[in-house]
Design a protein around this ligand. Structure first.
Ligand SMILES: NC(=O)c1ccc[n+]([C@@H]2O[C@H](COP(=O)([O-])OP(=O)(O)OC[C@H]3O[C@@H](n4cnc5c(N)ncnc54)[C@H](O)[C@@H]3O)[C@@H](O)[C@H]2O)c1
Length: 465
């Protein structure tokens, strides 16, 4: 089986290299010439754990190539994956221009190599895109007919940056939205070659369902995180409360599960924000309001300014204050800082007059100077915010923060030990943790003889006064 990838970002490159590392013949093309050059030299343009060794292996076996045009990449391929970006337009709706342009170049290539093949849309696209604009572009450029001369499939990707290799080689499931059974069969054969006896469960369906599954999946996960973030705000106000314990408690319910309940300032990254905006805008266009999605987007957009409010209150104003923001990537383990809450926070602090320093061990953030050394970032600062919980920041001791001019640390991920920080004279504010409670929350009531307890609400009201 030969596979081609048009678009070599986190999804395209990871999937291409994983397939090539399993002995499949893979070719890849990206419009970014610099990216192509570095790949030909054997250098990866993205940070993804485990990908470099697989890449080296594939290069030494000669199973991966990076030809000079999309047409060359497509020639000879049985399956061609469209893995280009689908960014937001100004109004939040999806920009499909890269997908359509990739489909056109594939269609042109099919003119000179008319074998039956399946074109696979792996990019996240709104319902109707695969059998609409993508099909039209392919048929228009190639002069061939879908479901007869070539097949079309929508095959959403669920990998997570930071564990993309593991997710690609052992996915929870494979969703195949097929134009017709022959197209689905061919794609299934290709995945059979990749996964062998460890084939994950497969859901075969219509392209429209496959497109919707991806959006519903991301919307559900983002809303789940927002749920934890919502309770974190409440926990912050309740002495003795800890959102991590509350979420662990609900995560033990098998109907809920423990994942995606780690509360923080906001969710971000290259997918959740743009995908939720895209499906909300798409639904509005159909006369449907996705209330939960809209609410999650609205609440999420407030996260960074709420953290800025905390700092402003603590410091009595932000103008001229030096704030160290620890973290720039949207989560640890990736260099991707697209739509990162840490960057949103840095922007908000800057708008309020603060002098912001951003520290991150790996992130590439356009237009922002990223300091690699936490010590240099903290030196002389008035306050620090732990925004992205890289190990390098988890490992900081209270003493590391004593090189700051001020003594305020806002920990949005609850990685620091309040006891140790308090003992060192550092004021630690943790998102989702109330102030330490001095007395037990449920006490014997003198009015209720025997086993009566004061109603918890009344006690909390008393402590919150
Ligand atoms: N990054 C993730 O974690 C993730 C996870 C699941 C799904 N997705 C989806 O997969 C798609 C790709 O995401 P990504 O993060 O890999 O994007 P990316 O921005 O990292 O990479 C996209 C690449 O496509 C290239 N490109 C654009 N137009 C092209 C064209 N016409 N021909 C050839 N190359 C072209 C760009 O130069 C870029 O290198 C998106 O729709 C995204 O929503 C991403």
């Amino acid at each position: 089986m030969r596979a081609a990838f048009i678009g070599l970002g986190y999804v395209g490159l990871t999937t291409a290299i994983c397939m090539a590392s399993r002995g499949m013949e893979v070719s890849g093309y990206d419009v970014d010439g610099g990216r192509m050059e570095s790949l030909r030299r054997g250098e990866l343009p993205i940070l993804e754990p485990g990908l470099d060794s697989l890449f080296e292996g594939a290069r030494s076996r000669g199973t991966i190539s990076f030809p000079g045009s999309a047409e060359e990449a497509v020639r000879g391929a049985d399956a061609v994956f469209i893995t280009v970006g689908t960014p937001s337009r100004g109004d939040g709706s999806i920009d499909l221009s890269h997908v359509v342009s990739a489909a056109r170049s594939i269609g042109r290539a099919m003119r000179s190599d008319s074998r039956y093949r399946v074109i696979v849309v792996k990019s996240t696209v709104v319902p109707g895109t695969t059998m609409g604009p993508v099909r039209s572009a392919l048929e228009g450029e190639s002069g061939m007919s879908c479901c007869r001369d070539f097949g079309l499939a929508m095959n959403p990707e669920f990998l997570r940056e930071g564990s993309a290799v593991e997710d690609t080689l052992s996915p929870d499931r494979i969703v195949i939205g097929e134009s017709d059974p022959r197209a689905g069969d061919l794609l299934l054969d290709l995945y059979g070659e990749l996964h062998g006896s460890a084939m994950p469960p497969v859901l075969r369906t219509t392209p429209e369902n496959a497109e919707l599954i991806k959006y519903a999946n991301n919307a559900f996960l983002a809303i789940k995180v927002s749920f934890a973030n919502m309770f974190a705000r409440l926990c912050s106000r309740i002495p003795g409360a800890d959102v991590d314990v509350v979420m662990r408690g609900i995560g033990m319910d098998r109907r809920i599960g423990p994942s995606f309940l780690n509360a923080g300032m906001a969710w971000g990254g290259s997918c959740f924000p743009k995908d939720l905006r895209a499906i909300a805008a798409f639904a509005r266009g159909m006369g449907v309001r996705l209330d939960l999605v809209e609410a999650a987007l609205e609440m999420n957009s407030r996260g960074p300014s709420e953290v800025a409010d905390v700092l402003e209150g603590e410091l009595g104003g932000l103008r001229g204050r030096v704030i160290a923001v620890l973290g720039a990537s949207f989560k640890p383990g990736t260099d991707d800082a697209r739509e990162s809450p840490a960057i949103w926070l840095a922007g908000e602090l800057g708008r309020r007059g603060a002098i912001v320093r951003v520290c991150d061990p790996a992130a590439r953030a356009q237009g922002i100077e990223v300091i690699r050394d936490p010590g240099r970032c903290l030196e002389g600062a008035d306050a620090a915010v732990l925004a992205t919980e890289w190990d390098q920041f988890r490992d900081l001791a209270p003493g590391d923060f004593l090189r700051m001019r001020g003594r305020v640390v806002v920990d949005t991920r609850r990685v620091y030990d309040p006891g140790r920080f308090g003992a060192a004279g550092v004021r630690l504010i943790q998102l989702g943790r109330g102030a330490p409670r001095e007395q037990p929350i449920v006490r014997r009531s003198p009015g209720l003889r025997g086993h009566g307890a004061v109603p918890i609400g009344a006690v909390i009201a008393e402590y919150c006064r």
